[in-house]
Design a protein around this ligand. Sequence first.
Ligand code: GCB
Length: 621
Amino acid sequence: MFGKYFGNVKDDCALGIKYQGLLYPRESEYREVKSLDGLWDFVVPPLEDVQKGHREQWYTDSLSKHKNVLQMPVPSSYNDITTSNDLRDHVGPVWYEKTFFAPTSWRNERIFLRFGSVNYLAEVWLNSDLVINHEIGHLPFEAEVTSYLILGGKNRLTVSVDNTLFNTSIPQGKIVDLGSNNRMAKLQTYNFDFFNYAGIHRPVLLHTKPQIFIEDISVTTELVDDIGIVHYNIEIVGLEETDTSVCAVNLLDGDNEYSFKDSHLGVQGTLQVKSPKLWWPRYMSENPGYLYTLEVTLSVPNNSKTDIYRLPIGIRSIKWTSTSFLINNKPIYFRGFGRHEDSIIRGRGLDLVTVARDYELLKWIGANAYRTSHYPYSDEVLDLADKLGFLVIGECPSVDTEHYSSSLLKKHKRSILELIRRDKNRPSVVMWSVANEPRVQYRDTTSYFKEIVYYTRILDSTRPITVAIAQSPQEDKIGQYLDVISFNRYNAWYLNPGRLDTITKHIVSEAQAWYQKYKKPVLLSEYGADTLPGLHELPAFIWSEEYQAELISNHFKAFDQLKAQGFFIGEFIWNFADFRTAQSYTRVGGNKKGVFTRDRQPKLIAHYIRKRYCALGAEHD
Ligand code: GCB
């Protein structure tokens, strides 16, 4: 149970767990939040000397003194903004700078700087001092900057962002040295199938906390008969030994009514909610995604210090057996997509317009689930999953992993720790995927994943663990450690291209083989076909809209047979929308397996999926 590690244990050497709370910055009576998003100065070092900025310590003076300063939007990826191939394909550090004022009214506060995510390696200087560095994209990090900040004056924030991926990065990449004759000295290659977009990808927030503050809250919920049980654990920072603190906890419902007449006192405890309004996924309730607010009020009477933090929570239970996955004791059938954070020009940068559109499309098509392939998505995306009642398989950024090593293992664990630390309280997140398609031909694959799964389970035993597996049941080495078997299979695409007739039989027999081998619930985590929108061919031919429609429809026949057998718990199409990849002759402008185009319009198949997914949803009404 993560309560143990996320509540009290700050540093567990045996497990390599070092942990600091990272609650999302929320305004309250005692907390302020200021956004630093907008246009930042942006400078790229010369191609032939990408380390120049570090050597010359560009963080010690204003970037605006350089020639060729661009105005770069934050959040966004920098790659597709200009018309330059050099910037799109840049390998190495780039430099960002923003100036801002901090109000004098913050004199008695502790001030923190939070980045929603920077891909891949970030170094952050405030007024020339290094305040934090962070490795691994797609995850937030934060530094206390109280003593570096000029209150009532101008501050200069400098960030170096390096997109270089090595064998020990998460995800892995390889650097090819092109030699000194080449203008671009280094070339980045990687096996994963999405563009290595880079930049400050998510919001940058400056926020205050009182001197004594609520550092973290961990919540787990369960159902006992008709009672919703909410276990909570609160971490407080800044207390002196002589301070006596009072932590009062209450629950507000959707109408802002308190659930308890008197608040519960103490940093650890259990709330019992009679006849709770449960958090349900879509289609299983009139009111899916019902959220309460856990209100925590901290006061230190002899100090007259107070803090308040309000955390949205959902009351629901998760259980799994050898054949099923249950929410609130009801079996769930997942129907959804693998997705990407990817939009035209912005790349992987948070784009709220695309986020809102995607949820409208997910609702329209009748999906109830998605996998955050192949990395953690933004807080903003997951907030909506909580609110709208989508089921999320949260994935860490280990993709096509190979060449296992102890330093890779350490970073892989770190990515899982940071993912669970961020999303542990989210009702929408119902399963962890700790890798996508790891390679298994290595001697140490088995011990590596045994340790990864063990580590994940210690952090959180309340959610099942899976891996999206590429191998056949015969070749697989990892399934023995998992709770749910997920497999990616491209029948009639990479396997037997053009042979639409082979799909149903192959999928049914493979899913049965997985179940026979492990006696665990099975889901298909990826299947699909690249499709050029507007290309029509009858009889169906690969890359046409008809081919994608037939390929996916033939899978539906297999799923119907499998559903009747009792162990098959879900279907995830690859992919929700077309997305950008590295340049290759197998990709036309990127991966085109989307059911929607990159500008979010439906391909032919979308209408068939809608019919099926909505009908499956209606079975639960
Ligand atoms: C896969 C990968 C995914 C690719 C997909 C494809 O198995 O998990 O990242 O994009 O195949 O389209 O090739």
